[in-house]
Design a protein around this ligand. Sequence first.
Ligand code: AMP
Length: 433
Amino acid sequence: MSTLKAVRGTRDLLPPETVLWNRVEATARKVFARYNFGEIRTPIFEETSLFARGVGEETDIVSKEMYTWEDRARAQSEKSQSLTLRPENTAGVVRAYIEHKLGETGQLQKLYYIGPQFRRERPQKGRYRQFWQIGAEAIGPPSAGSESPLRDAEVLEMLATFLDELGITGWTLELNSVGSAADRARYNETLRAALEPLAPKMCADCQRRAVTNPLRVLDCKVAEDQPIIATLPRIADSLDENSRAHFAQVTAALDAAGVPYKLNPRLVRGLDYYTRTTFEFTHGGLGAQNALLGGGRYDGLSEAIGGPRAPGIGFAIGLDRLVLTLQAQEAAQNAASPQAAEKGHAYIAPLGEGLNAAALALARELRRKGLTIELGDGSFRLKKSFEAAERAARRIVILGEDELKSGILTVKDFASGIQTKVARDGLAEFLGP
Ligand code: AMP
């Protein structure tokens, strides 16, 4: 029988790598809480039409990357429906915002999520079919200040703080404005006209996009098309006075807060719902897939999926890529100054299987006091216990009949080689913190 493996583009995350994942997630929760963001968890699958209407039919995500299936009816009274594994989480959050009438609170809603997303992309380093995103959305009625450029600047400042606190060095914030829906419509027409004579020389996707949604031509990754794309008109020239003023206020607030950024007039992002501010944080260490995270404003998304007017701004961080970046950074640091891997406080070695139960009781006592304890097994010879203990913990605690009766335990410290007799009462204090 052939052995079963994880599906192409998916992977298992094992310790010790998961320690890093947990650290990133914990840092996100801690930093976002300081900005008063609360967690939202939406389902992993939604109705297909949510993404078709929200993300856009002509985007790569919707046109070729979604995992969609016809979900059969289980009873006569049910209808079958088309469902999709979420390729991103903003549409789901906005759906929940509408469904739970969060706009009626009159308050700006600040929500973050952490979870897997699914896209049928060609797998490569930093690009998977199941990948993880940490994202956040600030959304609400205009009366709650949801359109204010200060919200954009605050979200960008929060991201810069998050990356700095994680210890990611060398990130670049690339920033652009794609304007209002009207600006984009105007720009799309300008592009359509500019592309008419050029499209026949471009890839098949671009030829189609040049007619259906010219903005998406700017997402093209085909190398031969890039010189043509470089000659196309810039979106900045299609922005009206309001959009320009909004963007100027975003950059002014970033300047005041000391958050560095680079203007990138070609940054349009691959999802149709973006309006005005759009951004990516990139990192040179990632190679071809260099976007650590991306986001922007989506002032019309709620209406596009049948909700009230609810402008918003948000982002999605690629957790897989963030971890890759941290791993590369830490490997470089460890090569410079190797550190001992994180080890437990102690390994308890019962001397004989008859002491296993007593060893569990002792381990329970110590773990409840917050110590990390590795529990050995009485069937091991002492030599094997010592070898196992040294790999897993800083000290070994020997538990034999005598120790159990007297309540005095033998503890050996591996770093110093010193052996000490310690009363059971004082053991936790001796081993900790
Ligand atoms: P997007 O939702 O396309 O704006 O992507 C936001 C971020 O998610 C990107 O900047 C990446 O870091 C990450 N990302 C998107 N697609 C993938 C993928 N297939 N595999 C890993 N990370 C991804």
